[in-house]
Design a protein around this ligand. Structure first.
Ligand SMILES: Cc1cc2nc3c(=O)[nH]c(=O)nc-3n(C[C@H](O)[C@H](O)[C@H](O)COP(=O)(O)O)c2cc1C
Length: 441
């Protein structure tokens, strides 16, 4: 029995991760706007002792709405608002939301996550993204998205402003002493006075320091500047990796960068996404997968691929021919590289490629029995490819139930996953230290 435990995040989407999830007979197509659906998913994940639930986010209607389908869910709540509701109906599980640095103000973001951390008793986490598309830029007074390097440079400054604001009050600033009339101690209040290249923020933040000190900082870009940002600032990194060897290389790469910032390897948890398609037998799992694949409409599959591979129009190419040479995208560079690598390595046509990534947009899909899934997770965890995983159910709610009832008990029997929560905050679950206040260090 090994003593190290893996972390598990339940990466939730309205009907599930598969592109055709909403069309599956047992999926809830209206899930994106159904609070009871999300409540059930969150409580199921909590029953499974997951570290966190996690929501992605985009700031535009993505894909090709003229096809009458979305390529990324378009009927969903704002994740921070949804998590505020879910905080009230859960007790232990972490609550992680994606929020973009490119189309937000640091002050507003710092305040919202601090609020979620307070109202959940220290369970919040922020997945920092820089956004990916011109469609998003068009909603914020710009014609084009920021250049890739620029938006990471803005993100570097943004995160420093946010953490600075979270330190506005020392932990013991609020004494609320009725007899003396001192509500908080003024010498424990600090004004940030940030004057940077992209942001000017005076501070202080109008909310006390949070239960976790800082909400857990997560980063999900895997390009060079993405990895540099993660190594300097993040405590968890989400990533899409197709193969064990690529995941091991990524793991060694980001962990190896930490020393350069005076950090230790255990201060950053690497969590690739895995989409498990689970059946009682191998053939049942394969049938389930095929049923989903058969529901992918070619034009929707192609639109999803075109969007994820950098926003290039692929409609003029033969679906049964190879993926053309593509220039480097200003969008998701690491994902584009993953798609091109996959197409070349497996010699896939455009059609085969979009079908291959329809399940989880480039994350690794594992099809099999609970034992097969548990074996893969163990192999990646023990093989230093991952400290944990974002579990991406193909369709919901069934996919999460199958994992919690089938795979979690196996991981627990093998000593790879907790059987009970030992702490109450997301930092406790992940084994991350609470950061001290910079003014007290
Ligand atoms: C698990 C996971 C979740 C992500 N969620 C989002 C998201 O919700 N919104 C978004 O704009 N990008 C999301 N991304 C994409 C990255 O954050 C990043 O924007 C993208 O990979 C481009 O960065 P890169 O060029 O550094 O790879 C996600 C990536 C991963 C691995």
């Amino acid at each position: 029995m090994t003593t190290a435990k893996m972390s598990l995040g339940a990466f939730l989407m309205s009907s599930g991760h598969h592109l055709a999830a909403w069309r599956h007979p047992r999926a809830w197509a209206g899930g994106g706007l159904d609070f009871q659906h999300f409540k059930k998913l969150a409580t199921t994940a909590e029953r499974g002792k997951f570290d966190a639930i996690f929501f992605a986010d985009n700031l535009a209607l993505m894909g090709s709405p003229e096809l009458g389908q979305f390529t990324t869910a378009g009927d969903v709540f704002d994740p921070l608002v949804l998590l505020s509701g879910l905080a009230a109906v859960t007790e232990r599980i972490g609550l992680v939301s994606t929020v973009s640095t490119s189309y937000n103000e640091p002050y507003l973001l710092a305040r919202k996550f601090a609020s979620l951390d307070h109202l959940s008793g220290g369970r919040s986490g922020w997945n920092l993204v820089t956004s990916a598309t011109d469609l998003e830029a068009l909603n914020f007074g710009r014609d084009k998205h920021f250049e890739h390097g620029d938006r990471y440079q803005r993100a570097e400054e943004f995160i420093d402003v946010v953490t600075g604001l979270w330190d506005s009050f020392e932990d013991d600033a609020f004494i609320r002493d009725k007899s003396s009339g001192v509500f908080f101690q003024p010498d424990k209040l600090h004004v940030l006075n940030h004057h940077g290249e992209n942001y000017r923020v005076r501070g202080p933040l109008n909310i006390p320091r949070t239960p976790q000190g800082y909400p857990v900082l997560i980063q999900a870009g895997s390009s060079e500047p993405g990895k540099a940002l993660a190594a300097r600032t993040a405590e968890v990194v989400f990533t899409a990796q197709q193969t064990l060897s690529n995941a091991q290389a990524f793991y060694a790469d980001v962990k190896g960068r930490l020393a350069g910032y005076g950090r230790r390897p255990e201060q950053l948890k690497v969590m690739p996404g895995i989409s498990p398609v689970i059946g009682r037998t191998q053939s049942e799992a394969e049938d389930k997968y095929q049923q989903l694949q058969d529901l992918v409409e070619p034009r929707v599959g192609l639109a999803m691929l075109a969007g994820m591979a950098g926003g290039f129009d692929l409609s003029e190419y033969d679906l049964d021919g190879p993926l053309p040479e593509l220039p480097q995208s200003n969008s998701m560079q690491s994902r584009q590289a993953l798609f091109i690598d996959l197409a070349r390595r497996e010699n896939l046509t455009i059609r085969q490629l979009y079908l291959k990534v329809a399940g989880a947009r480039g994350h690794h899909t594992v099809i099999g029995t609970p034992k097969t899934i548990a074996d893969t997770l163990e192999e990646w965890f023990v093989g230093q490819a991952a400290d944990g995983f974002n579990i991406m159910p193909p369709f919901l709610p069934e996919g999460l139930d199958d994992f919690v009832d089938g795979v979690v008990p196996l991981l627990q029997q093998r000593g790879l996953f907790r059987t009970e929560y030992s702490g109450s905050t997301l930092r406790d679950h992940l084994g991350l230290q609470r950061p001290g206040n910079r003014y007290q260090r």
